[in-house]
Design a protein around this ligand. Structure first.
Ligand SMILES: [Zn+2]
Length: 453
């Protein structure tokens, strides 16, 4: 389908207007959020010239004649490669050996705690790579993963991450965030972890939940991040308890400390169940503190408001619309896949977008919301040339047969074509059987000490 030459045209492409031409200028954080496009402006009808793996030009469709090979996309949509900025590759694809039969958050924690006792670098590496293969085939170019890093887990997960990042360096931008209880940063162990993360070029992170010392924990975590010149990416308020106000505390602390690096807060579920006046005050603080928010709609739909035998009453997502309207950068991401916190998922950012459109009513104009899986997470991750379609950037694109959002969001688009540096990738989704020896072979699991408890 794609011409096998280093100079060709993609003709008659529908490209989201909000993803074209955001060539970086100055500090990404100073860039204003442009207004949402009108419906008729959502998609631009363009011809894209590709030369030597990069985007050479973008013109209105049909105005130029072509001396080079070309392919007529017939109005098919073209996205830049996706950015999945909140995943847990280390926990991924554990479901068969460590199912969470109630599906509750508490049992997720318990199950992962039991299973991770037996993790080693090979087990973690292979499950992480399986997830990355899925991401790559679905059209993702950059992934940020949280890594369980409490106690001895830090050595295992950080080692696996480093090996994976090296092996995939030519295909995927990988960022690591440590995941520990914030109280760890009150101990020498937390200081040591920050040093390890700095050496790895990663991001400092942890799980913030209400307790009697939460202010001190957040203050200390931020001070450590400042001392090591690290961005912060925190799990925050992943609960339906309206009294959970860690997001507010993070914003207040960032303002008080004049925190200079990028802060991202994930989940922020409780914001959606707080009185409007209170949530509006917090959103204003979040904006003032320049915090980015990442919502995990699929995982939070699964986990929040879950009580065995009862029908859930709310969807679990944070105030995506209100945050965005206030000018807060808002991303969405896949979170957990086939593990005790989310039984499903395939690392497909399009599925994240499709599901979020339904869960959170990301209705028209969709053109602005497609940034939530592309441009916005790229900016929050400090990747100014990713998540957009611009002249001079690598031709890392996802080509769909769907011509409009109603078509894009209605089918799985399993037949999408992923271009990397202008060439169609030929990789296929990994077979689940690749991990069978980690899931179902009882003697192998027993050798690792399973079932002896
Ligand atoms: Zn998470």
């Amino acid at each position: 389908m794609i011409p096998k030459t280093d100079h060709y045209w993609l003709r008659n492409a529908h490209v989201p207007a909000s993803l074209i031409g955001h060539i970086p200028e100055g500090d990404k954080r100073d860039r204003p959020t442009s207004p949402a496009p009108k419906e008729q402006d959502e998609l631009q009808w363009v011809d894209i010239e590709i030369a030597n793996g990069a985007i050479a030009s973008i013109n209105a469709a049909g105005i130029l004649s072509y001396s080079q090979p070309s392919i007529d996309l017939q109005g098919g949509m073209v996205f830049p490669c996706f950015v999945d900025m909140h995943t847990h590759l280390d926990k991924g694809h554990l479901w068969e050996r460590a199912p969470n039969l109630t599906g509750t958050f508490a049992d997720g924690l318990k199950t992962i705690g039991q299973d991770s006792e037996y993790w080693d670098a090979e087990d973690v590496y292979r499950r992480m790579e399986f997830g990355l293969k899925c991401s790559y085939v679905h059209g993702t170019k950059a992934v940020r993963t949280h890594l369980d890093a409490g106690g001895k887990l830090a050595e295992i997960t950080l080692e696996a991450f480093r090996a994976l990042r090296d092996r995939w360096a030519d295909r995927m931008i990988l960022q690591a965030v440590c995941l520990v209880a914030l109280e760890d940063f009150l101990t020498p162990q937390g200081e040591k972890l920050a040093t390890q993360i700095a050496e790895l070029g990663g991001v400092l992170g942890g799980f913030a939940s209400m307790n009697s010392e939460i202010e001190r924990q957040i203050d200390r975590t931020m001070a450590i991040a400042q001392a090591h010149n690290l961005d912060l990416d925190l799990h925050v308020d992943e609960t339906n308890d309206p009294n959970s106000i860690c997001l507010k505390i993070v914003a207040e602390t960032a303002l008080r400390q004049r925190f200079q690096k990028q802060i991202v807060c994930g989940h922020c579920c409780s914001l959606a169940v707080q009185p409007t006046e209170e949530s509006a005050r917090t959103i204003a603080l979040v904006k003032q503190a320049n915090i980015g928010i990442v919502s995990l709609p699929m995982c939070n739909l699964y986990l929040q408001d879950r009580q065995p035998g009862q029908t859930p009453h709310w969807r679990g997502v944070t105030l995506l619309h209100e945050l965005k309207q206030a000018g807060v950068p808002v991303a969405i991401a896949s979170d957990n896949c086939r593990d005790p916190f989310h039984a499903f998922g395939d690392h497909d950012a399009l599925e994240v977008f499709t599901s979020s459109a339904k869960i959170a009513h990301l209705d028209r104009p969709y053109g602005d919301w497609c940034r939530a899986v592309t441009l916005t997470p790229a900016q929050l991750m400090g990747l100014p040339t990713v998540g957009q379609i611009s002249v001079g950037l690598p031709a890392d694109l996802v080509l769909f047969k769907a011509r409009r959002y109603s078509e894009l969001l209605s089918r799985s688009q399993h037949d999408r074509v992923v271009l990397r540096n202008g060439t169609a990738i030929d990789a296929k989704l990994p077979d689940y059987a690749e991990l069978d020896d980690l899931q179902l072979t009882l003697p192998a699991l027993k050798r690792r000490g399973f079932f002896n408890q």
